[in-house]
Write a protein that binds this ligand. Structure first.
Ligand SMILES: [Zn+2]
Ligand SMILES: [Zn+2]
Length: 578
């Protein structure tokens, strides 16, 4: 966000607060910053604010803007500022002065009667504002802590021009339609059940069908690339996380350990230690490496109740995880293979807009663990592998993990928000901590290097991404239901049931809509459920051995022989492994 846009949005937040105080005297104001998407301001209202009040606040804001009141800056003695906000009955501002203002003076800004404690900058006068919209109301804790009082946050957005505002609102509307939480409900893919707990979404039969296809795809792909799959438990002795260092560095995100038989047990926050112990079960020679151990491993990480959301921020999730144990001289090739695997996965899901970020060590910090020469080799290996891939990448010196360089892949979601999909790390530390070794060609013992890699990161998060990207209209191979049979009358039900069973026998996911609804209504429902194909079957079709096929996107219907359509669907339903 440019500085001008930030100033514009933050100034609009001031005007919103001024309007709120005018309409609802006695309201206590919190803070009102600009954000990447717009702005907000937090308030403690005397009565609960109803969403219907937003248009009234907007109207009041327009009045203030019309008056073109100037934003006037004043530096006043700290004690005067405290007295001023006490007189205005603004205790949160008094608290902010105590927390933040360390100078002898405090800076305030006035717009008409409205006074805010603020460093600025702002627009010169309110007349320079205008293209704004108030969007929503949410709860927010004062200073972001659940220990403090809950405030009401009003979100809004602002732009230099009406046209930019309109296009942003259009994008928000589109995003709301694609929101995986909404589609997850409409298409019955997952449910968040309060009785089970927040942040613990339950996949329904349909959601599970999608998930199983994702799993099948990635497991098969890995198998073809020389990975071996393992299956390890979700819990372990706490001790192992002390050895790995997670307990020390990662404790905040871990669940509290539980006690059993005079020992402490830990729900796992990471899969690495389990895989390391699978590797450690036997002696390896240099010829045996690399060993690539993979697992769809579920991990448990603490997220605050207020921050969990849909499938994206959850308290239990499954990583498409693997740990590669290799010789230092194999690092280059192994890393290149990881990149190729990532690219293959992305191709399969049609992900085109992404870039790599390579995080390296720098000379400034001394937190780096291990031999600088080995680091250098690992960094060169990663860089060369990236160059060979032909994809653009940026380097981030000083951003590496302290135990090795790291490769993240940034992608954009359906509405252009960037997030990290894939994280991959080269690790010298854990082999050290766990004392891993293999026999070299000179018959000495040495440590392998580890690569942690997860091309699609969290399966849950990736599913959210897919739901939003496809807007629920999954390609045939991922669709929870690939074909709905629609019998025209009850007398066709039995024959249609037999037809459907024939498709099921060939691993196709089909349903029969046997409800006593009109045919058109059934077609419409199947389209709303984004089922790729509908097969209408009546006397004519049964006699000729055909199906009357329609597609979810509409268009012409076609009459196809049932066996021919089965073959066609089977082909379309294949995993995109090539
Ligand atoms: Zn301000
Ligand atoms: Zn790992």
């Amino acid at each position: 966000m440019s500085e001008d846009l930030e100033t514009l949005r933050h100034s609009t937040a001031h005007v919103m607060a001024a309007a709120v105080l005018d309409l609802f005297p006695g309201t206590v104001i919190g803070i009102g910053p600009a954000t990447d998407e717009g702005f907000y301001y937090d308030f403690a209202f005397t009565d609960r604010l109803q969403p219907e009040a937003l248009p009234r606040i907007e109207a009041k804001m327009r009045e203030i803007i019309k008056q073109a009141l100037p934003f006037v800056k004043e530096e006043i003695p700290r004690g005067d500022a405290v007295a001023l906000f006490e007189r205005l009955h603004q205790p949160l501002k008094v608290e902010l002065i105590a927390d933040k203002v360390t100078d002898a003076t405090a800076r305030i800004y006035r717009t008409g009667d409205f006074v805010d404690l603020c460093l600025g900058p702002h627009v010169a006068n309110a007349g320079q504002l205008g293209a704004f919209r108030l969007l929503s109301i949410a709860g927010a804790y004062w200073k972001g802590s659940e220990k403090n009082q809950q405030l009401t946050r009003i979100y809004g957005t602002a732009f230099p021009t009406e046209a930019e505002l309109e296009s942003h609102l259009k994008m928000l509307e589109d995003a709301a339609k694609r929101d995986h939480r909404k589609l997850g409900k409409d298409l019955d893919l997952f449910v968040v059940d309060e009785m089970v707990g927040r942040g613990l979404p339950l996949l329904t039969p349909k959601g599970t069908a999608v998930r199983r296809q994702m799993e099948e795809f990635i497991l098969r792909l890995e198998q073809r690339q020389g990975y071996q799959h393992v299956k390890t438990p979700d819990i372990a002795r706490l001790e192992i996380y002390k050895i790995s260092g997670h307990f020390e560095r990662y404790r905040e995100s871990m669940y509290p350990p539980s006690e059993m038989e005079d020992e402490e047990w830990q729900l796992r926050p990471m899969n690495c230690p389990h895989h390391i112990r699978v590797f450690a079960r036997k002696a390896y020679s240099f010829r045996d490496l690399p060993v690539r151990l993979a697992e769809l491993g579920t991990v448990y990480r603490y997220e605050k109740s207020g921050e969990v959301s849909g499938l994206i921020r959850v308290r239990a999730f499954t990583i498409n995880d693997a740990h590669i144990f290799c010789r230092p001289d194999q690092l280059n090739e192994e890393f290149e293979r990881v990149i190729q695997l990532i690219l293959q996965v992305y191709r399969a899901f049609g992900i085109k807009d992404f870039h790599f970020r390579l995080s390296l060590r720098d000379e400034v910090s001394n937190k780096w663990m291990g031999d600088p020469a080995v680091w250098q080799r690992a960094q060169d290996a990663a860089r060369e592998a990236l160059r060979a891939s032909g994809h653009p990448f940026v380097e981030a010196p000083g951003e590496a993990a302290f135990y090795g360089p790291k490769l993240d892949v940034q992608i954009k979601d359906a509405i252009g928000r960037e997030f990290t999909l894939s994280t991959n790390q080269i690790d010298f530390l854990m082999p050290e901590r766990f004392g891993l070794e293999y026999v070299t060609s000179e018959q000495s013992m040495t440590r392998p290097v580890m690569i942690h890699r997860a091309p699609i990161g969290s399966m849950e998060r990736f599913m959210a991404y897919l739901i939003e990207t496809y807007a629920g209209a999954f390609p045939v191979w991922l669709a929870p239901v690939q074909l709905v049979f629609i019998p025209i009358a009850d007398r066709h039900l039995e024959a249609v049931g037999r037809l459907a069973q024939g498709f099921r026998q060939r691993d196709l996911r089909v349903e029969v809509d046997g409800r006593s609804e009109r045919m058109q209504a059934k077609i419409r429902d199947a389209q709303l459920q984004k089922v790729p194909f509908m097969a209408v079957v009546g006397d004519k079709e049964l006699e000729a051995g055909t199906l009357n096929i329609r597609r979810r996107e509409g268009g012409d219907q076609e009459s196809v022989r049932a066996d021919e359509f089965l073959t066609r669907l089977e082909r379309e339903a294949q995993l995109p492994l090539e």
